[in-house]
Ligand binder design. Sequence first.
Ligand code: PRP
Ligand code: MN
Ligand code: MG
Length: 179
Amino acid sequence: MINDIKEIMLTREQLAHRIAEMGQEISTDYAGQEILMIGVLRGAVIFMADLARAIDIPVAIDFMAVSSYGSATTSSGVVRILKDLDETVEGRHVLIVEDIIDSGLTLNYLLENIRSRKPASVKICTLLNKPDRRKVPVEIAYNGFTIPDYFVVGYGLDFAEKYRNLPFVGILKPEAYNL
Ligand code: PRP
Ligand code: MN
Ligand code: MG
């Protein structure tokens, strides 16, 4: 698995340091309130688990599954809801948590969907932002790292369901996805 990685982009220490900062920023911004963190399955799971523990105000967590990629490396632009929320959104402060924003199509769809359920507020938090590939604008409230357009895996991000459990974010060797 590690042999398929060309280069480590973000070490586990860099990730932990930045996520601690993000948790503090979120805790300050929402002081005295409660938030509903909505993780986008499956990529956001690892980041969300660490981010939630870096936040020191009350949080509820829930998940949605929307897929636009399948096992291809580029977005098809097709967004499907595979799993809806268990929690109600109305009147709550929602923080949508993503591992990466690429074309923005997933988040663009999700944001409209959540807004229609009348939350008190809704903001987006992403670990990685890849603006070079944006197709629709997305307003990001909390951004971990802005990265160049390399195909990255690890820390939740997969290629064909592999590599999510790597503790760092790495650049995949082209021969690992040009199968
Ligand atoms: C990836 C990633 C984001 C989305 C970003 O998910 O985790 O959710 O694509 O792409 P976009 O900005 O172009 O919409 P994917 O559909 O691969 O599902 P996964 O999280 O289960 O890997
Ligand atoms: Mn995803
Ligand atoms: Mg994926």
